[in-house]
Each structure stands twice: as structure tokens, then as C-alpha cells.
Design a protein around this ligand. Structure first.
Ligand SMILES: Nc1ncnc2c1ncn2[C@@H]1O[C@H](COP(=O)(O)OP(=O)(O)OP(=O)(O)O)[C@@H](O)[C@H]1O
Length: 311
């Protein structure tokens, strides 16, 4: 659906995007993650046809996006990370205004805009003034605006920034809905866990370069990253520890009461295999789980080492 090859963009002497490569399949929710100033907005604005690249190639459905910006605007919906102020406009009027830009007018426009308000859970705010909406509601309205011309590819720049947990949850549900109706979505964030659970794939960008991309599992595995296992056993704690010590994927075993904590390097199927083998060895497992949140550590490690390696 989207392919970016060796994309570069400088602002004066400052290289904001540096030979960036990226591939996104149709139907993906791709999480574009990186610290502030990494180059996410610059990349997204280039793909959306709002900013010129210095060099590189961008293809949307096989079409050269840098040479056919007008044609591709119909396919792409862009939601900026900034929401302007619109005095004296009701939510529905705001959407109708954007619909009119795409020549969707009259009763057609009303229907499209009402459907979009429903999609982003704002039906009851149809006649509310935009300025009276909460930040989360404004962001959802902005998302509806990006959808007004029914694009296949959605490019969302920090759609959940500044939202409270409930509003973030709602935004995630909306994105999953959009995926289920066939949209391909790129969503950026500087907070990795915010995205990991809904994204089919993520890419980590730092200093304008794509450092790593793939499924969350693949990234953890390829970087040989460890995720702590927590295993509670009923009895046989010594037997369990002896068994775990023999496993190459396991290290740094710690025991407190009946709880064993150990670092584990491997994918989900290997974690499942470990649980099966513990039980097959007659160890009474009360609970077994792998801690989440390690992705955050991984993200910090990747971006820190890059910063130190950079200029
Ligand atoms: N118009 C501009 N002129 C000069 N420098 C710019 C301009 N726009 C962006 N930059 C710089 O380019 C770098 C990348 O910016 P960009 O906005 O693409 O990053 P980002 O990953 O989206 O960051 P954030 O999460 O803070 O929005 C930053 O160092 C930024 O200061």
C-alpha cells in the first residue's frame, strides 16, 4: 500500500529525515514511533503531499506519490497534530465545510458528515460549537475531517496526544473500527505503549532514520530482547528453579516466596512452550505471565544508543 525508499529532507543544514525506508501493507495499523523531533511529522507531511522531499521515493498503491500529489490526495486522509481554532462553527458545519472542498454538497454532505460523526462517537455533538468540545472530542472531529473524502490511507499525527486514558481508549477503538472497514492507517506517537497493542506493525524512528520495524514480537526477538517471566508455583519451587536454570532462554532467576522472576528471551510460542514443559515436568504452576512494558525499555535503549551514536 505504501512504500518509502531512501527518503531525505533537510531544513537548511539540518537533516530531519535521513534515507528513511518503510513498507506498509494494506489493512495495517502501522505505529510510527519516535522521540520528539525524530522526523515523524516531516515524513507524514511528505507522504500526504504537504511538503516536498529533497530526495527519495514514495509509492502509494504503486503510484509515485511525489510526482502525483494531486491524484493521491484523494486516497490519503491526513490528520495533523495541531488543531486550529474555529469560532462560531458547529461540529456538523465544520465537517460540511471540509466536505465542500471535496465537492460533496447538499444532502449528500449532510449524510456523509452525520455518518462520520457517528463513526467517531460525536453524534450527540452535531450542533455543539467546535470550540466548546473537549480536547479528545476535537481530536475525534479532526479524525472525521480526515475521513470526509473516504480515503484508503489514513495518516494520523499523534491523534491521542494530550488525551486522558478514557479518550485514548476511545480513539484506539475507533482506529480498530477503521481498520475493520478496510482502511490502512499510519499513526504516530512518541509514547510506544500507547500504540503497541493496536498496531499490526511498528517502526521506531530516531534522528530521521528508521532504526527498526516489524511486529512487536519480531522486534523484541530480533533485538534479542528479554521480557521478565513471573511464575508462581504451589510447591516444588526448587525443582522449578533447577528446571529453569537449564533453559537457554532463561536467565537472572530470582525467587521470593513462591514467586519466581526470570528474564526470558523469545517469542510468544516459546513462552507457551516453556509453560507446557513446566507442567509436563509435574511442577504445580499457579500463575504464569510475561510482563508487558518492556517494549518501553527497548524503545528507550534504541533511541538512547542512537542519540549517543549520533552527532
Ligand atoms: N519548518 C522547519 N524548519 C526548521 N526545522 C524544522 C522545521 N520543521 C521541523 N523541523 C525540525 O526537524 C526535526 C524533525 O521534526 P518533526 O516535526 O518531523 O519531528 P517529530 O518526530 O514529528 O517530532 P514531534 O514528536 O515533536 O512532533 C526537529 O528537530 C524539528 O525541530
Amino acid at each position: 500500500m505504501l512504500e518509502i525508499k531512501d527518503l531525505s529532507k533537510s531544513y537548511g543544514k539540518f537533516l530531519a529525515v535521513n534515507q528513511l525506508n518503510l513498507k506498509i501493507k494494506k489493512g495495517d495499523i502501522f505505529g510510527f514511533v519516535g522521540p520528539n523531533g525524530a522526523g515523524k511529522t516531516t515524513t507524514m507531511r511528505i507522504v500526504s503531499g504537504l511538503l516536498k522531499a529533497d530526495s527519495g521515493e514514495v509509492y502509494v498503491d504503486g503510484t509515485d506519490a511525489l510526482k502525483n500529489t494531486k491524484q493521491l490526495k484523494a486516497k490519503i486522509g491526513y490528520m495533523p497534530d495541531f488543531f486550529g481554532v474555529y469560532d462560531n462553527l458547529k461540529a456538523i458545519e465544520y465537517l460540511e465545510f471540509y466536505a465542500s472542498i471535496y465537492k460533496i454538497l447538499g444532502t449528500d454532505a449532510k449524510k456523509v458528515c452525520r455518518d462520520l460523526l457517528e463513526l467517531v462517537n460525536l453524534s450527540d455533538k452535531e450542533d455543539a460549537y467546535v470550540d466548546s468540545l473537549s480536547r479528545g472530542m476535537k481530536q475525534r472531529l479532526c479524525l472525521a475531517r480526515a475521513l470526509v473524502h473516504n480515503p484508503d490511507l489514513l495518516i494520523l499525527d499523534e491523534p491521542a496526544s494530550g488525551m486522558d486514558p478514557r479518550a485514548r481508549f476511545e480513539m484506539k477503538e475507533i482506529l480498530k473500527n477503521l481498520q475493520s472497514i478496510g482502511k490502512t492507517i499510519i499513526v504516530s506517537s512518541h509514547i510506544l505503549p500507547e500504540l503497541a497493542e493496536i498496531c499490526s506493525r511498528i517502526g521506531i524512528i530516531n534522528n530521521g532514520k528508521m532504526v527498526v520495524s516489524g511486529t512487536v514480537d519480531d522486534i523484541m526477538h530480533n533485538l534479542n530482547h528479554t521480557a521478565p517471566l513471573k511464575i508462581k508455583v504451589l510447591k516444588d519451587i526448587d525443582k522449578a528453579v533447577t528446571y529453569l536454570k537449564e533453559q537457554p532462554e532463561v536467565d537472572q532467576i530470582k525467587v521470593a516466596d513462591h514467586l519466581i522472576t526470570a528474564n526470558f528471551t523469545g517469542k510468544d510460542d516459546e513462552v507457551a512452550g516453556m509453560l507446557k514443559r513446566l507442567i509436563a515436568n509435574d511442577i504445580s504452576v499457579v500463575s504464569f505471565g510475561q510482563e508487558a512494558g518492556n517494549l518501553e525499555t527497548l524503545f528507550m535503549e534504541i533511541t538512547e544508543s542512537q542519540e549517543m551514536g549520533g552527532e
